[in-house]
Design a protein around this ligand. Structure first.
Ligand code: SF4
Length: 359
């Protein structure tokens, strides 16, 4: 699938694009809701009715009375989540239809079904609860709901695991091995109780004994943005700023989380920056756009990217810009909305609603 903007949008200047976006905004009023994820470019965030993390945004749009069109400046699984929880006649559009999440795509349903069937053949599936990260496809969310499992965010993964272990002996967590490992470790699981299911290998690359022993099976998926942070970055930043507070996202490698002063969701990171006393130096290990926004929002604090100038960006989030936002707002009637089939929505919603009982 290709997506090429017509020249009048590709070639328009910033001023013209902003005017066009404002004009649509004014003309559509409350019928339109623009959602911008924390990792969006600053010039896009300016136009968001809400800025936040994926599920927070989806729920915001669903709770707004009179909204008919939601434009989600984020990646595909986020728009799907908005479509799953939407109310009434809302339709969800993405400014760039090819903005996906490589980590969510690492859990292909054929591979997931094969893994689960293997657990069934070992008579272990009944003793296992699937838990899926919000950063997953609607199909995986539905798979999870249909098997009595639940969804989690980076903010409530530990709670979700606790719930899982209260109900079943084992958890199979998809698709982020690092959030899974960090959450399992917070619950005191030993390394030999955690096993990594490599979907590229026959039977996950695990022996029957390893699978039987594991309390936590982790799908071998990762976020290329967050796994870029390494222990060396923390050593360097501490040498440069001896009083620095290092805060990272739990999609980072466990060895990075171990060395940090704190780890948590984007909400945690935003709150940490807001509450830190003036004069604090904070090095953040997450997507650069959020770090830059925190630095601008808190000029009385020193907020720096953990890996210095080499901080990786999420290229998919970065696909969204003023050009395709303006195009989407003016042309959504001729664009395909992001839709989740009713059969998938039903089971996905079951898994999401189970998550909401955690709070
Ligand atoms: S930052 Fe990572 S997890 Fe988030 S959308 Fe980008 S690739 Fe996916």
């Amino acid at each position: 699938m290709n997506f090429t903007l017509p020249p009048q949008y590709r070639e328009a200047g910033v001023g013209e694009l902003c005017d066009r976006i404002r004009a649509v905004r004014k003309a559509t009023g409350k019928k339109l809701c623009i959602l911008t994820h924390h990792y969006q470019r600053p010039e896009v965030v300016v136009f968001g009715d809400f800025v936040g993390d994926s599920f927070e945004l989806a729920r915001q749009a669903a709770s707004q009375k009179g909204v008919e069109v939601t434009v989600f400046c984020g990646v595909h699984f986020m728009a799907e989540a908005a479509d799953i929880v939407k109310t009434g006649r809302q339709r969800v559009f993405m400014p760039h239809p090819l903005a996906g999440c490589p980590m969510a795509d690492m859990a292909d349903m054929e591979d997931v079904n094969r893994a689960w069937k293997y657990l069934e053949s070992l008579k272990l599936a009944d003793r296992t609860v699937p838990v899926s990260y919000m950063n997953s496809t609607a199909a995986l969310k539905a798979f999870t709901g249909a098997r009595g499992g639940l969804i989690c965010t980076s903010a409530n993964a530990v709670k979700a695991f606790r719930y899982g272990f209260e109900n079943k002996e084992k958890i199979f967590f998809f698709p982020d091995e690092n959030l899974g490992a960090n959450s399992g470790r917070k619950l005191g699981l030993r390394p030999d109780e955690i096993a990594l299911w490599d979907f590229r290998l026959d039977r996950g690359g695990l022996t029957r004994a390893q699978i039987e022993k594991a309390r936590l099976l982790l799908w071998k998926g990762h976020c290329h943005v967050h796994t870029n942070f390494k222990p060396g970055h923390i050593e360097r930043i501490r040498a440069q700023y001896p009083d620095v507070k290092v805060i990272v996202h739990p999609e980072c490698l466990p060895e990075v989380v171990d060395l940090a002063d704190g780890d948590g969701s984007t909400r945690y990171i935003v709150d940490y920056c807001a509450k830190a006393p003036a004069g604090t130096t904070i090095a953040i290990g997450t997507e650069i756009n959020l770090v830059k926004r925190m630095a601008l929002a808190y000029p009385d604090k020193t907020v720096v990217p953990l890996s210095g100038e080499k901080t990786p960006i999420c290229f998919n989030m970065y696909r969204i810009n003023l050009n395709n936002l303006a195009y989407c707002l003016e042309n959504y009637e001729s664009m395909p909305p992001v839709t989740v089939e009713d059969s998938v929505r039903k089971d996905a919603l079951t898994a999401l609603e189970k998550m909401l009982t955690l709070d």
